[in-house]
Design a protein. Structure first.
Length: 118
């Protein structure tokens, strides 16, 4: 929900994500070339972003294990909250990395089209 109780549909959220991907691509295009020079270059960039997504997912998995350990051991609330706060922060990092990954995948597709599809 957004302020005022407005509910967004899944489609509206995906549209918003698409806009974020486009903004991220624009930032990347300013730093780097608008298209990749080869599919090998595209693969390397995609792999790098994919690995960053996996790292964030592993961090989430680790914090989830910490949370479960706290629950299983009947630990105090601060320990549980610590794990949950880190899980939440990691979700945001994961979303950001996924947006970057989507951007470089789309850039790779656009690059193939720019270079000419036979």
């Amino acid at each position: 929900m957004i302020d005022g109780g407005i509910k967004l549909t899944k489609e509206e959220i995906i549209t918003g994500i698409s806009e974020l991907v486009n903004q991220e691509r624009e930032l990347g295009d300013k730093k780097h070339f608008k298209i990749t020079h080869s599919d090998h270059e595209s693969y390397a960039v995609i792999l790098e972003e994919y690995e960053e997504v996996k790292e964030e997912l592993q961090d989430f998995t680790d914090f989830m294990a910490d949370f479960w350990k706290n629950v299983r051991n009947d630990d105090k609330e601060p320990e549980k909250l610590w794990a949950l706060k880190h899980m939440s922060k990691t979700c945001y990092n994961l979303i950001y990395e996924a947006i970057q990954l989507a951007g470089v995948v789309e850039k790779a597709a656009d690059s193939i089209c720019e270079r000419g599809v036979e």
